[in-house]
Design a protein around this ligand. Structure first.
Ligand code: GLU
Length: 486
């Protein structure tokens, strides 16, 4: 085997970028980085009816967002299968010339009839090899079929699944090139993997059944086989296939939910791969530790709660300035505004301070933006349980005192404000919480928020006083029906 590890991620651009695909990309990337090898991105777009340029753009965008940089691939040309038809054609001709493939003139009608007959016998259809020795001339319309081994077994020594054996009699002479001259999927994959000098094929185990067919093609071409590693599927909590009804399934959905890329990478890495009991890995650490031997054989169940836990850890670890940057697009939606209007409200340094105050309590950027909303607009309403509890008959007087004392307060940092509240509570014979909760309701509309002195300091003196005044007016209007029951 070549010295340099060369692996590829080979998505078909036919749909949204599922987390299963992201994990396959990640394992390839980590394996390449671990071995100081080459990570190749190849776009498998031979299915022209389903492949779109939008999906290709989406694939590149998602891989960049995840930080899975590739060493070879688009935008360089030659990494899209539709650009490589000449290479497939030449390999097809070689197989034909070497007697490893043959022309087949069976018409779709003939094949359909055989297929129907097999179905009636409740058997799997296999091409019976009608044209294998027929010497069909090039002048007749024909497909090209691979001569598969007759009898015996094909053994896949899989780096994850172990030895997997296929009876050759279950396989048939499959089509390499269709009558219209287009190469088939499995043929393109093999030709690409050999011409791109791929050393390890790491892919989802939904491709395991293709492997014996592909192995026969390597043998026919006289190429050395890569090592295969088939990754078990990601399963839904009910151990079925992960689908829409289980919630988010695409990388973009998780991005829109405000999961940081390093959190998603970390979570996906741990899904079916382990390194002792360690849970938190940076992409760099992952690359350092990644081995195929530690990838589990069984399907891994997607656990949203665990993803949110990992996400919180990465939000906690992120620098406030970075959080401010990635939080910005989420502010608009949290404020009921278009994203751009939310972004227009942002002063980066202030948002970094806000993010720093929220990062211990936000599992996603969406949650963080919701909690940050109070810094950008006064509460639209006051929580009913909060007002029922704290807006008693004494509340207007207490708000009035608070307003007065805030007006004369010079230093407006959290520590000074705490001093103010402690002194005031002692003077009035109250507990700190009795005053602090009134202010919290005034500033945020709720009784749960980051430390209230921090909130007031970040809002600034003028806004804090304005909100206290609005709350005073509201409590006066609400009196007496909102008074607590005596
Ligand atoms: N194009 C295939 C897919 O998107 C991957 C094929 C392979 O890795 O061999 O599932």
């Amino acid at each position: 085997m070549a010295d340099t590890v060369r692996v590829r991620f080979a998505p078909s651009p036919t749909g949204s970028f599922h987390v299963g695909g992201a994990r396959t990309a990640l394992f390839n990337w980590a394996f390449a980085r671990h071995h100081k090898g080459v990570f190749i991105l190849r776009i498998e777009d031979t299915d022209r009816s389903r492949s779109t340029d939008e999906h290709i753009v989406q694939i590149l965008d998602v891989l960049r967002w995840l930080g899975l940089d590739w060493d070879e691939g688009p935008p360089a040309s030659g990494y899209r299968q539709t650009e490589r038809f000449e290479i497939y054609r030449a390999h097809g001709e070689r197989l034909l010339a070497d007697g490893r493939a043959y022309r087949c003139r069976c018409t779709p009608e003939t094949l359909d009839a055989l297929r129907d007959a097999a179905k009636a016998r409740k058997e799997q259809f296999r091409y019976p090899g009608t044209c294998r020795e027929a010497g069909v001339p090039a002048s007749e319309p024909h497909a090209l079929r691979l001569k598969m081994p007759v009898g015996g077994q094909t053994v896949v020594e899989d780096a994850i699944l172990g030895t997997v054996t296929f009876d050759n009699d279950t396989l048939d002479d499959w089509i390499l090139v269709r009558t219209d001259g287009t190469p088939t999927y499995n043929f393109c994959v093999v030709v690409d993997d050999v011409t791109m000098k791929i050393t390890h094929v790491i892919r989802g185990n939904d491709h395991l059944n293709n492997t014996p067919k592909q192995i026969a093609c390597y043998a026919a071409l006289g190429y050395e086989m890569p090592l295969f590693a088939h990754i078990p599927m990601i399963l839904a909590p009910d151990r079925g296939k992960m689908s829409k009804r289980h919630g988010a399934t695409t990388v973009e959905e998780f991005r829109d939910q405000g999961i940081l890329p390093e959190a998603l990478v970390n979570y996906l890495a741990r899904l079916g791969w382990s390194h002792g009991d360690d849970e938190i890995f940076s992409p760099k650490e992952l690359a350092e530790h990644f081995t195929l031997a530690q990838v589990g054989k069984a399907g891994a169940v997607f656990d949203r709660e665990k993803l949110l836990w990992v996400s919180l850890e990465w939000i906690k670890a992120a620098a406030p300035e970075r959080l401010a940057e990635v939080l910005t697009p989420f502010l608009g939606p949290a404020l009921g505004l278009p994203s751009a209007a939310g972004a227009a409200l942002v002063d980066p340094a202030r948002l970094a301070a806000i993010a720093a105050s929220l990062k211990e309590r936000s599992r996603t950027l969406v949650e963080m933006a919701e909690q940050a909303a109070c810094y950008f607009r006064p509460p639209a309403a006051y929580d009913a349980p909060a007002t029922a509890k704290f807006w008693g008959p004494e509340a207007p007087h207490r708000y009035a005192v608070l307003i007065k004392r805030h007006l004369s307060q010079e230093a407006f940092d959290p520590e000074s404000l705490e001093g103010l509240y402690r002194g005031l509570a002692a003077e009035m014979g109250l507990k700190l919480v009795d005053l602090a909760q009134l202010t919290r309701i005034a500033l945020t509309g709720k009784t749960a928020s980051p430390p209230v002195f921090q909130v007031a300091a970040l809002l600034g003196k003028a806004e804090t006083i304005a909100r206290l005044k609005t709350a005073l007016a509201a409590v006066e209007r609400a009196k007496p029906p909102l008074g607590p029951k005596q």
